[in-house]
Design a protein around this ligand. Structure first.
Ligand SMILES: *Cc1c(COP(=O)(O)O)cnc(C)c1O
Length: 373
């Protein structure tokens, strides 16, 4: 079986080298495994230049586990979170606050409208009870980019704390902890670092984490404990995702070899450009204007045709070697194509050809070409 190329933003296409790193079994007491974990955390911190200000706390599970852990650990039980929403992942932040019993309010903009620093300034003036602001950097449900640096500045000016879900942007879009103040920034192994899914990590402000003892409602998701145990023993508190750590370590070596963040950003930007250009040539429209489109994932309007069914389209594109993502918008019919993973421009162009062929086979006219014979 030839494996299809995943154009989905996690799990995504990994390199053979990264997958091969999972062929060894590691013991969790093994000194070499502990060194692997320490090395991963060190390399992750270096990406945001955060070694002086932040701890990297890795956590078993998917990205949401780490987001829930960050909110549960860093927001005290009498805190209040302002949740900024312009898509499904922002809504998930609010849901987490609700389930954890943390007081919160929400501010929601349209799915194609970034939250602005002026919005946050106004909202913080209006409600002094807010202690924390929670933001999605790149909202993966559309691909929209929110202005993290400007919002972080305003939050800091108000003396409030920022929690950032940078799951789909970390490693590709620049974030500098020396310039962008935050209490927590969360990402995971299986996104722009091109590891396999299975662990998240939280960059937690050292002072904020030190003050967070006893905040958490959960044993397994307590980042204070997770960090304290790891600092003391060098080991994970509970069974580590050994193969995931080994794969991430190998993926980080390749990240450095490629040229680090700048090179990764450039490759994804080229992928995104090739995709947008190819789809525009077919006459398929993207949902977001270019100015707020992150080079991570692109949402396209589904063809306006009664014969279009996403499932059928998906299967036909898959048979041609590419896995797409369904849309995640409530109002409009869309589908999504990821630009991240171990893929390049040539593969993005091949994906566009597969999409054109699939629509042709479904007898769906392409706006640019007209009805197929
Ligand atoms: C992928 C992602 C997550 C985590 O989702 P999981 O399904 O738990 O891995 C959270 N936030 C954003 C913005 C993401 O892209």
């Amino acid at each position: 079986m030839t494996t299809p190329i995943l154009l989905t933003p996690g799990p995504l296409t990994t390199s053979a080298r990264t997958r091969q790193a999972m062929l060894l079994d590691w013991g969790s007491w093994d000194e070499r495994f502990n060194q692997l974990t320490a090395s991963v955390c060190e390399q992750l911190l270096a990406i945001i230049d955060g070694a002086h200000s932040h701890h990297c706390v890795p956590l078993q599970g998917s990205g949401t586990f780490a987001v829930e852990a960050a909110i549960g650990t860093l927001v005290p039980r009498d805190g209040k979170v302002l949740v900024l929403i312009n898509g499904a992942y922002g809504k998930r932040l609010a849901k987490i606050c609700e389930v954890l019993g943390r007081d919160f309010s929400t501010f929601e903009t349209a799915e194609d409208a970034p939250t602005t620093a002026a919005d946050v300034d106004r909202l913080l003036h209006a409600d002094q009870a807010i202690t924390h602001v929670a933001l999605i950097h790149c909202e993966t449900s559309t691909g929209i980019l929110n202005p993290l640096a400007q919002i972080a500045r305003v939050v800091k000016q108000h003396g409030k704390r920022l929690i950032v879900d940078a799951m789909s942007s970390f490693g590709a879009l620049p974030i500098d902890a020396r310039e962008v103040p935050f209490d927590a920034l969360i990402a995971a192994s299986g996104k722009c670092l091109e590891g396999v899914p299975g662990m998240g990590f939280v960059f937690a402000d050292k002072q904020a984490l030190a003050a967070a003892e006893g905040n958490c409602h959960s044993l397994a998701l307590d980042l204070f404990d997770q960090h304290a145990y790891m600092a003391r023993t060098g080991q994970w508190r509970f069974t580590p995702p050994t193969h995931v750590v080994a794969a991430l370590h190998e993926a980080l070596l390749q990240y450095a070899e490629e040229g680090g963040l700048h090179a990764r950003h450039q490759r994804y930007a080229r992928n995104c450009q090739a995709l947008l250009q190819g789809m525009a040539d077919l006459g398929l429209r993207s949902f977001l204007p270019a100015a707020i489109q992150a080079p991570i994932i692109v949402t396209f309007h589904a063809p306006q045709d009664s014969r279009y069914r996403f499932k059928d389209f998906y299967e036909r594109v898959k048979a041609r070697g590419f896995i797409l993502y369904p849309g995640k918008l409530t109002q409009v019919d869309t589908f999504r194509v990821g630009c991240i993973g171990d893929v390049d421009q040539a593969q993005m162009r091949a994906a566009v050809t597969a999409i054109a062929d699939a629509l042709h086979a479904m007898h769906i006219p392409l706006p640019s070409i007209g009805t197929p014979a």
